[in-house]
Design a protein around this ligand. Structure first.
Ligand SMILES: Cc1cc2nc3c(=O)[nH]c(=O)nc-3n(C[C@H](O)[C@H](O)[C@H](O)COP(=O)(O)OP(=O)(O)OC[C@H]3O[C@@H](n4cnc5c(N)ncnc54)[C@H](O)[C@@H]3O)c2cc1C
Length: 291
């Protein structure tokens, strides 16, 4: 169990603290994943100090710079759900945030913690993935932006080392005219359950609204990491907006996904059926919100 609990005032101070503890200190944000892991006996022998990043002002801000939305890693799902900017120009992320846990969980759980926990069905990661987000990492080498997808190594395996690196922010292009997005989610009950299946969709439409110019589709859990349905996206680019196109997109998404049976949530066969439904519904709603 940890002996020290520290509150850095800046990212730089957090990095100094991590370095001083030489791998035996770990970052904590809302603690909704990490504290459970401690309760399960994980990290017992490896973590002596927790470095709490929730009082670092820059990590708690949502800003718009030009056309780019930047979300600090310690922004909570409640903040995302409440933000008019996110609701209007990144609807898929606002809807994903609204679906997380319960109000109590959303009050403390952070977007950055969701990404670093690296679950293939993580709602925050799936919302970000549909927005083609990038992540900023700070460590002893400085700061750099990397594609979100590079952070996922497998189920529960992040490529960010939370004993030496800080995920500082997520950024993505704000959706504009004739662009829309939506998040579809299926769970055993509305609150406090990870999704059986979830699908994030963002689309850009032609001037007359009759053609998809581009589409991005995220799905989970259908692979070891939050999944982008790239073949479906390729099919949609340039395709006519029609019920047939959207139904076909669902079929292609199914063919490139690999859902598994989970004892707690659903069978592989059920998930396969529902991939077609969620992709179609997500596209319909995204088109409507962009039209
Ligand atoms: C009852 C309950 C319901 C839940 N429901 C859902 C749900 O519906 N959907 C869903 O997606 N998730 C759900 N979760 C999971 C959890 O709430 C999220 O994954 C949450 O976003 C994690 O964020 P946190 O701030 O609590 O992270 P923490 O638990 O503080 O940290 C998680 C991990 O990230 C690391 N870390 C945190 N911040 C940073 C950073 N900035 N840089 C580097 N490393 C960092 C920590 O060291 C730790 O390894 C639920 C959890 C509970 C307990």
């Amino acid at each position: 169990m940890w002996q020290e609990y520290l509150f850095p005032a800046s990212v730089e101070e957090a990095l100094v603290m991590l370095a001083q503890w030489n791998g035996r200190a770990r970052l904590i944000a809302g603690g909704t994943d990490l504290v459970l892991e401690f309760n399960e006996g994980k990290h017992e022998s490896t973590v002596d100090c927790l470095v709490d990043i929730t009082r670092i002002p820059e990590l708690k801000e949502i800003t718009l710079e030009g056309d780019t939305i930047i979300v600090g890693a310690a922004v909570t799902f409640r903040q995302l759900d409440d933000s008019p900017l996110i609701r209007e120009r990144a609807t898929v992320l606002a809807e994903a945030a609204h679906a997380v846990g319960s109000l109590q969980i959303r009050n403390v759980a952070t977007l950055g913690g969701n990404v670093v926990s690296a679950f293939p069905a993580a709602d925050g990661s799936l919302g970000l993935s549909a927005l083609d987000a990038e992540a900023e990492i700070a460590d002893s080498q400085g700061r750099r932006w990397v594609p979100l997808e590079e952070l996922f190594g497998g189920p529960g395996q992040s490529r960010i080392d939370a004993t030496a690196q800080v995920l500082t922010a997520l950024r993505f292009k704000a959706l504009g005219a004739r662009e829309g997005s939506a998040y579809e989610r299926l769970a055993r009950r509305r609150a406090l359950a990870l999704p059986i299946l979830a699908c994030g969709v963002a689309v850009g439409l032609s001037e007359d609204g009759n053609t998809f110019q581009w589409a991005r589709i995220s799905l989970g859990p259908v692979a070891p990491v939050p999944f982008r349905a790239r073949r479906t996206e390729e099919f949609l680019a340039g395709a006519k907006v029609s019920p047939e196109t959207m139904a076909r997109a669902g079929e292609i998404a199914l063919s490139e996904s690999h859902p598994r049976t989970s004892l707690l949530r659903a069978s592989k066969e059920y998930r396969q059926e529902m991939i077609k439904v969620l992709v179609r519904r997500g596209l319909e709603r995204a088109v409507k919100s962009g039209g």
